[in-house]
Write a protein that binds this ligand. Structure first.
Ligand SMILES: [Ca+2]
Length: 201
């Protein structure tokens, strides 16, 4: 039970780091770093969207998407994914993550967020390229780990994405011995440019 309580607490620290203002700074200390590593293992976002789309992914080398949709979702997308509700790009507070997704099995799949500037493009089922929001670009091995997401996404009125990353899980486990597989222990988002004077109310 002690182990479970501890793991839950560590996860909370990581999530708090992710969604809180503190994440502009790298996580400090052992527990915050382990929490951030653990939080990177999961995606969970929920919202709404039209028309209809579904996608199955088993790493970046097996992606099957079907349909087309525009959607807005809120939730957790790891440290490199757009998180919405942050005071961020362009000085605006935007809520949620407005994006698009389109796919045709074995031909192509495309998912992206206009707000974040992030995009994941798959040609056929195997060749996937990622574009990151400039301030959320992962470290080199973090980009490699990002290829190992396994998950489902679907939109049709309700919009939902769940995902699990085995490479990030390995990073978390090795991190317990302070081995930083993905080189993300000192990672932080790049600072946003200062707002022009009088540029915001
Ligand atoms: Ca790490």
């Amino acid at each position: 039970m002690g182990q479970t309580t501890r793991a839950g607490w560590v996860a909370l620290v990581g999530v708090a780091c992710g969604v809180g203002a503190g994440c502009a700074q790298p996580p400090k200390g052992y527990l915050e770093r382990r929490g951030a590593d653990l939080a990177d293992c999961f995606h969970f976002t929920i919202g709404y969207g039209l028309i209809a789309y579904s996608r199955v992914k088993f790493t970046d080398w097996a992606v099957l998407g079907m349909g087309v949709a525009g959607r807005e979702r809120w939730g957790w997308r790891g440290r490199y994914g757009d998180r919405g509700w942050e005071r961020a790009r362009g000085g605006d507070i935007y809520i949620g993550d407005v994006g698009y997704e389109a796919g045709f099995p074995l031909v192509a799949n495309e998912e992206g967020s206009d707000a974040a500037g992030s995009r994941v493009s798959t040609l056929g089922p195997f060749i996937t390229r990622r574009r990151y929001a400039w301030d959320l670009e992962p470290p080199r091995w973090g980009k490699v780990a990002d290829k190992f997401w396994i998950g489902l996404a679907g939109t049709g009125g309700l919009s939902l994405e769940i995902g699990f990353n085995v490479a990030e899980l390995l990073d978390f486990i090795l991190g317990l011995w302070t081995i930083d597989l993905t080189g993300d222990d000192t990672w932080a988002p790049k600072p946003l440019p200062a707002e022009p004077p009088g540029g915001s109310p």
